[in-house]
Write a protein that binds this ligand. Structure first.
Ligand code: UD1
Length: 337
């Protein structure tokens, strides 16, 4: 069996997936340019999994460095996590996002073709569904009208995969559309890190719990939802990790391009999430209602039937574990990093 190359393998979803892959006996290689991650994460992957993945500090846009990874290793599959993920920033700096979130996929796919690597798993997002579809989202819904360049980049890479799957029928593309990744490794050694501003609701809740912010700003309480706040489908990062393993197993036996939602299909509002966080962690989260955030949807959650029936994957961790593990990580991470 050849190795699995993880791009962005020191990031949030990448690091948890690396741990689970090593535990399953896979040979893992990580490429990361450290733009939004830290070498300590590599030590912590080793601590949890008992094995240190081979590591390359490379930028995927640099052909020579990337090719070296393919020349020095027998790579069987690639899981492409690397990319910027701050939706607001993607609106301010679209060129940066198109360059960093589309070009690396092209560079990787070129190297894969050159070196005969046939299996590509892509870390996509529920952002591709855009505002024209009604939740629950199914994989066959039309995509493309995304409200931000971040989502558009994900959609473009999906389309590249679809086109290439026609031109190269011996390849396999597994596109995983994550809903709202949250939680952290229960050891407290891995979780989401930020070099600039955090960009998810849970990380802002943790900042308030840590006393770094006085209150949480809730973006809108006038949505057409039961309590007026936005509804999302939160999914534990360790469940996402096992989703990638199921995706790889599926890629072993199937050709073509296959898309799967990775969510729980359970809808939680901002106020629901705060309430659960308060209950399981015994901390009050003060909040204020503010204006809606541009581009936000009222309601976004997955239909998870396809992943269950085709991959045999179901997210097992509940919202309580997500709140508990996120808080554990938020309290310990500054000692670790
Ligand atoms: C956003 C992106 C999505 C991306 C995802 C991953 C949009 C339209 N969607 O999703 O493309 O894949 O991030 O990071 O930008 N909220 C607050 N206060 C806060 C932060 C968030 O009220 O301080 C609310 C939001 O309005 C939303 C919910 O919490 O209703 C979740 O927000 P967030 O965690 O940022 O994720 P999404 O907006 O779902």
């Amino acid at each position: 069996m050849g190795a699995i190359l993880l791009t962005g393998g020191l990031g949030f979803v990448g690091s948890h997936t690396g741990v689970e892959l090593i535990k399953e006996g896979y040979d893992v290689i990580i490429v990361d340019n450290l733009s939004n991650s830290d070498m300590k994460t590599l030590d912590n992957i080793e601590k949890i999994a008992g094995k240190r993945p081979r590591f390359y500090e490379e930028d995927l846009c640099q052909e020579e460095g990337l090719e070296k990874v393919f020349l020095e290793n027998k790579i069987e599959s690639v899981i492409h996590f690397a990319g910027y993920k701050a939706v607001g920033e993607s609106r301010e700096k679209p060129l940066l996002y198109y360059k960093n979130n589309v070009l690396p996929a092209l560079m990787l796919l070129e190297q894969m073709q050159k070196h005969g690597v046939k299996k590509f798993v892509f870390s996509s997002s529920a952002a591709v569904y855009g505002p024209d579809n009604d939740a629950p989202y199914t994989e066959d819904m039309p995509t493309g009208n995304c409200t931000n360049p971040y989502g558009k980049c994900k959609r473009i890479v999906e389309e590249i995969c679809q086109d290439l799957s026609v031109a190269a029928p011996d390849m396999t593309f597994i596109i995983l559309r994550y809903f709202n990744p949250t939680g952290a490794h229960e050891s407290g050694l891995l979780g989401e890190t930020f070099k600039s501003l955090p960009n998810s609701l849970m990380s802002y809740i943790c900042k308030v719990a840590l006393g770094e912010c006085r209150y949480l700003s809730i973006f809108g309480n006038d949505y057409p939802t039961p309590d007026g706040t936005g509804i999302r489908d939160y999914v534990h990062v360790l469940d996402l990790a096992t989703g990638h393993i199921k995706g790889l197993e599926y890629a072993d036996k199937n050709r073509g391009c296959h898309i799967f939602n990775l969510g729980r299909g359970k809808a939680y509002s901002v106020l629901d999430l705060i309430k659960v966080f308060e209950q399981v962690n015994g901390i009050q989260i003060p909040y204020l209602f503010e204006a809606r955030r541009p581009g936000d949807l009222a309601l976004a959650y997955a239909d998870c039937k396809k992943a269950k029936e085709v991959l045999g994957w179901v997210a097992e961790k509940d919202i309580e574990s997500m709140c508990k593990d996120s808080w554990h990580w938020a309290r310990t991470k500054w000692d670790i990093l």
